[in-house]
Design a binder for this molecule. Structure first.
Ligand SMILES: *[C@@H]1O[C@H](CO)[C@@H](O)[C@H](O)[C@H]1NC(C)=O
Ligand SMILES: *[C@@H]1O[C@H](CO)[C@@H](O)[C@H](O)[C@H]1NC(C)=O
Ligand SMILES: *[C@@H]1O[C@H](CO)[C@@H](O)[C@H](O)[C@H]1NC(C)=O
Length: 332
């Protein structure tokens, strides 16, 4: 998938975006999560995302878009952005009224929870692929495909009815189609370009190891923590020599407050098998230079031995030397 996208983007954005950024940022998505308690009370969370990075927020009090980064406007003019804002405002009011109007016909019962996702993805075909999906009460309800509203299997008769109804409105279908397959790809390419300084930044990971013994089993849980890296994609693995430890368990990559990422990879081993293990990290910011941390058991044991034995030997030597000097003095 990634490899297919490369020639396309290389053609679209000559020399301006490297492979890593393309890999990280290929989808732009508007997200709406609405809770309609009753006909007069609703709450909406609206946001926009460049893959996993939030770029915009919807202020439902004022019906305006909040730009979260200096480059969140992409290359759109203020006029065009104002028009879009107005469109979303009209939609938010409209959808609420429609739910109220058709709740009986569709068999909807308050409270109603609606999730909508609209966006586009840069794909291998000559242009971007648009998508729009809606879920009701947390399960898939309908989607927009090939300029038609299509019910999801999970949506049952309710979704079929809703689609029959929605498909009557040619004007709305035209607007959605335009947003998905024209406005969105244009905006996505503009924002990738405007934000490239931020999106292409490389931040090196820090890594550290920790362990705990699993009670009553003689086993150890070794944890390799990797934090503060950007972009998000990373490879972390416990190894013994050249051997990848396939039992390594990787947790989800979590965001740090500063926009970088954190992940941990856990390996459970018999205590005596921990010797010789190391955690390897590959990340674009490191180039070919993998970050490697050795599990310090054997090392720290020999360090302890060194730390104890060397002073002891020194002490003995000193004592012997003094003894000799004293005895030299004593004898003559
Ligand atoms: C609508 O729901 C809100 C929040 O639950 C509640 O405070 C309000 O009284 C309800 N209004 C009506 C007309 O039921
Ligand atoms: C989409 O619509 C076009 C024309 O109406 C049709 O030729 C094509 O087969 C449709 N594709 C799908 C996946 O439904
Ligand atoms: C923004 O950038 C995209 C991609 O480079 C381009 O297609 C579009 O014409 C530019 N301008 C506007 C106003 O969208």
């Amino acid at each position: 998938m990634l490899f297919l996208q490369l020639p396309l983007l290389a053609a679209l954005l000559p020399g301006s975006v490297n492979a890593e950024v393309i890999h990280e940022h290929t989808t732009f998505r508007l997200s709406q999560i609405s809770y309609y308690a009753n006909e007069s009370w609703a709450q909406t969370l609206g946001s926009a995302w460049l893959d996993e990075l939030q770029t915009h927020r919807w202020d439902s009090e004022t019906g305006t878009v909040i730009f979260l980064h200096t480059w969140s406007k992409g290359n759109f003019s203020n006029e065009e952005l104002t028009d879009l804002e107005l469109l979303f405002r009209v939609y938010m009011i409209g959808i609420r009224q429609e739910i109220h109007t058709y709740s009986t016909d569709l068999g909807l019962r308050y409270p109603v929870e609606l999730q909508v996702s609209l966006g586009c993805e840069l794909s291998s075909s000559e242009s971007a692929k648009g998508f729009m999906q809606a879920a009701l009460e947390g399960s898939d309800f309908l989607s927009f495909q090939n300029t038609t509203w299509v019910p999801s299997p999970e949506g049952g008769k309710q979704a079929q009815k809703a689609c029959d109804l929605l498909n009557l409105y040619e004007g709305i279908k035209q607007i959605v189609e335009n947003l998905m397959s024209k406005t969105c790809p244009r905006f996505l390419l503009g924002i990738l370009d405007a934000g490239k300084m931020y999106l292409q930044r490389q931040v090196r990971p820090e890594a550290w190891l920790s362990s705990s013994s699993i009670l009553g089993s003689g086993r150890l849980m070794l944890v390799c923590h990797v934090s503060g890296f950007y972009p998000m994609s990373i490879w972390v693995m416990w190894m013994k020599g050249e051997q990848e430890q396939v039992d390594s368990k990787r947790d989800d990559v979590l965001p740090n407050a500063d926009g970088t990422w954190y992940v941990r990879v856990i390996l459970e081993v018999e205590a005596e098998d921990a010797v010789g293990l190391s955690c390897h990290v590959k990340h674009s910011s490191l180039g070919d230079q993998d970050l490697i941390l050795y599990w310090g058991h054997s090392l720290s044991m020999s360090l302890i031995i060194l730390a104890v034995v060397v002073p002891l030997i020194l002490l003995i030597v000193l004592v012997l030397w003094f003894k000799r000097r004293w005895s030299y003095r004593g004898i003559p």
